[in-house]
Design a protein. Structure first.
Length: 142
């Protein structure tokens, strides 16, 4: 859209209006008045088109902002979900570790693990050993 370079001569139009108050316009004056109105009309059309372009641009920017906000919210949701899962796994690991504690009647045996004869396994039992291998913290010594 090209901006009209030939701006309507507002002062000329005012002069013509002043002139019209004093008596009928000449043919040349009426032609200048029509020309000024046409230029003004072209300017209004240009500005209306420019306003529509700006409205379209603003709508696109709002759409981009909404999309970015939705993506941010989704990422936040993913992060929260992973954090919740990690916390759940950590708590489950701590419960397993607490379950496989030293047996109160023999501190060198696991409180729950037994072999096929029912004999308690030594502490730390294989379960606690696996947890220790994966860097889990907790009670490994007493
Ligand atoms: Zn055990």
């Amino acid at each position: 859209m090209t901006q009209p370079t030939d701006r309507p001569g507002i002062d000329q139009l005012r002069n013509l209006a002043d002139r019209a108050e004093r008596g009928p316009l000449t043919g040349e004056e009426a032609a200048r008045l029509r020309d000024g109105i046409a230029k003004l009309d072209a300017r209004v059309d240009y500005l209306a088109g420019y306003a529509a372009t700006l409205e379209t641009y603003a709508a696109e920017q709002r759409e981009r902002a909404d999309k970015a906000e939705a993506e941010r919210d989704a990422a936040q949701g993913d992060r929260d979900g992973w954090r919740d899962r990690a916390l759940g796994y950590r708590l489950a690991t701590e419960r397993v570790r607490a379950l496989h504690s030293r047996w109160e009647y023999d501190a060198n045996s696991c409180s729950v693990c037994v072999d096929c004869y029912g004999t308690p396994l030594s502490y730390p039992c294989p379960t606690v050993a696996v947890l220790d291998q994966h860097g889990q913290h907790g009670q490994t010594t007493a």
